[in-house]
Write a protein that binds this ligand. Sequence first.
Ligand SMILES: CC(C)(COP(=O)(O)OP(=O)(O)OC[C@H]1O[C@@H](n2cnc3c(N)ncnc32)[C@H](O)[C@@H]1OP(=O)(O)O)[C@@H](O)C(=O)NCCC(=O)NCCS
Length: 170
Amino acid sequence: MVWQLRRARPEDLNGIMQLETSIFVSDAWSPEMMARDIADPSCYYLVAFPPDEPDRIVGYAGLLAPRGAHEGDIQTIAVAEEARGHGLGRTLMLSLIGEARKRGAREAFLEVRADNPQAQRLYRRLGFEELGIRKGYYQPDNVDALVMRLQIPEPVTQTTDTGLPEETQE
Ligand SMILES: CC(C)(COP(=O)(O)OP(=O)(O)OC[C@H]1O[C@@H](n2cnc3c(N)ncnc32)[C@H](O)[C@@H]1OP(=O)(O)O)[C@@H](O)C(=O)NCCC(=O)NCCS
């Protein structure tokens, strides 16, 4: 499966909200909250779509990282059920982490439901570590949140065969 990513636009709100309300049944964001984040320059929201259907959103993810702040927050991530298990979640996360680094963040934080092992596995694979627990953070379900943190790796400068320095992303 192949997808493209682009920055979310206000016109993407309906497509994003369709996924949001079907996936986060009991604690979906309101359209107003989502629209505010998409339009906020401190945020960075991406949508994923099939290359030949740019209006069909199959995933989205959002970062809050004001330029110059040393921390970023992963606000949300979701992938349509039919598109899961092919690396799209990881790709979205890596794109947000890359943008956070560009904006100067050294750490990224997120909250994840304690009863969501799939998402936790994705975050752990990316290097996120558990910092603590927020009791009853998710309401009305009264489910705890794990707070996780990633220390964002610095870009590494390596010397190539040509002798020219090359910047690579760790
Ligand atoms: C969490 C979520 C975003 C992950 O999205 P995803 O696109 O399925 O994520 P990935 O494909 O990158 O990784 C998922 C699994 O697919 C596997 N995978 C990755 N690339 C693969 C590939 N090319 N082929 C086969 N499997 C692959 C990964 O190893 C991973 O396996 P694991 O779950 O056994 O560890 C998705 O499950 C989701 O939207 N869940 C509901 C919303 C949610 O919980 N959001 C998080 C709120 S905090």
